[in-house]
Design a protein around this ligand. Structure first.
Ligand code: PLP
Length: 385
């Protein structure tokens, strides 16, 4: 029996690590294994690697090295932003209704809420700026933090962060602006976004780094507006206690450097492949719609709705043919709950359950896309037949 070849189209869930990042982390797991907070030469070697990683990551993000706070990933960076500002400043936390659960749940935990309620997005997958404006203008308890993601993890739509900032600066000057840029680093120049916002989250495994490591950029102008959520030895300028994951941090910095260097070329290749996937599927399968097609989108994401098809069944058939895709965010796929993002855009639960996300990555090839196209065409025909 021939083994089924894997066609990996779930890069928004996680990406394969870059060889360069693996190579960079190995020496930190063996020879230079020290705790960077220690006093001796073994510790100093680890400290030097950590400092160098901090500088190179800061350069990619357009931040100062002192503004980088290393975390255990995107979820912790988001929690630190939301809960850390709330711990220091109190007030109301507002976020968009299409945030990742890492922001939505953190906001809920501190009594915050999505602006525009559970339907605060347009049908094309963009946050409802009018809802934000009216919440901020309504008065009441001062808003301490507004969080809007740079690009959505399920449908890939790029959010109007500059406009969000303009609205917040005009109507709630005291509010800190956070963006979850976890999905954006491999595809957009995040330095442009970082320049404007106060806090920005990233996660290494979305751009060729290891899982379990990320960072929150804390612009120095808001350093006094945020407190720690983990208490202990006072690492990361008292904002994130805990022994550093030096190997992971070094690998993340290397992955970020390569991602930035290759970004334009990778994005151009991915968008051509994504267009090939969409035009072929739309041309050969009836009743397919591309979610968010009227909005600016990351070039890696193709989110398709197949009328009358259960996404879970389609994903199972695709998987049997070696095609790995997903129904949305990794945390909620498999759960019966329809996506909160799609419902915020006005889809019914049935419509939301008929959507599949194909997310391309730097390693995606034309052959893989062609395999995926055939698998989608056949599998949808089987399900509808
Ligand atoms: N934010 C977004 C937009 C994501 O897509 C993810 C992961 O899917 C996270 C946060 C959580 O990141 P991590 O897996 O590093 O905790």
């Amino acid at each position: 029996m021939t083994a089924t070849r894997t066609t990996y189209l779930d890069n928004a869930a996680t990406t394969p690590m870059r060889e360069e990042a693996i190579d960079a982390m190995m020496p930190l797991l063996s020879g230079s294994f020290g705790n960077p907070s220690g006093p001796h030469h073994v510790a100093r070697a680890a400290r030097a690697a950590l400092d160098e990683a901090r500088e190179s990551l800061a350069a990619v993000l357009g931040a100062d090295p002192g503004e980088i706070v290393f975390t255990s990933g995107g979820t912790e960076a988001d929690s630190l932003a939301v809960c850390g500002v709330h711990a220091r400043r109190g007030g109301t936390v507002l976020c968009s209704s299409i945030e990742h659960k890492a922001v939505l749940a953190a906001a809920k935990a501190v009594g915050g809420r999505p602006f525009g309620g559970t339907s605060g997005a347009t049908a094309s997958g963009i946050v409802d700026l009018d809802a934000l404006r009216s919440e901020l203008d309504a008065g009441g308890e001062p808003v301490s933090l507004v969080s809007v993601m740079t690009a959505n993890n399920e449908i890939g739509t790029i959010q109007p962060i500059s406009e969000v900032i303009e609205i917040v600066r005009r109507s709630a000057r005291q509010a800190v602006v956070h963006t979850d840029a976890v999905q954006a680093v491999a595809w957009l120049d995040v330095a442009d976004v970082c320049r404007e916002v106060d806090l920005l989250s990233i996660s290494a495994h979305k751009f060729g780094g290891p899982k379990g490591v990320g960072a929150l950029v804390v612009r120095s102008r808001v350093r006094e507006s945020i407190g720690p959520i983990l208490h202990g030895g006072g690492q990361e300028r008292d904002l994130r206690s805990g022994t550093h994951n030096v190997a992971g941090i070094v690998a993340m910095a290397v992955a970020a450097q390569y991602a930035a260097k290759e970004r334009d070329e990778t994005a151009e290749r991915a968008s051509a492949l994504r267009d090939r996937l969409e035009s072929s599927v739309l041309g050969r399968v009836e009743g397919v719609a591309v979610t968010g097609s009227a909005s600016p989108r990351l070039s890696c994401t193709s989110h398709l709705r197949f009328e009358g098809v259960e996404a879970e069944e389609l994903l199972m058939l695709l998987d049997r043919r070696g095609v790995a895709a997903s129904a949305g965010s990794a945390c909620s796929s498999g759960a019966a709950e329809p996506s909160h993002v799609l419902q915020a855009m006005g889809m019914t639960p049935t419509e939301a359950r008929s959507c599949v996300r194909f997310s391309l990555g730097r390693t995606t090839t034309k052959d893989e896309i062609d395999i995926a196209i055939e698998a989608v065409v056949d599998s949808v025909a089987t399900l509808r037949g």
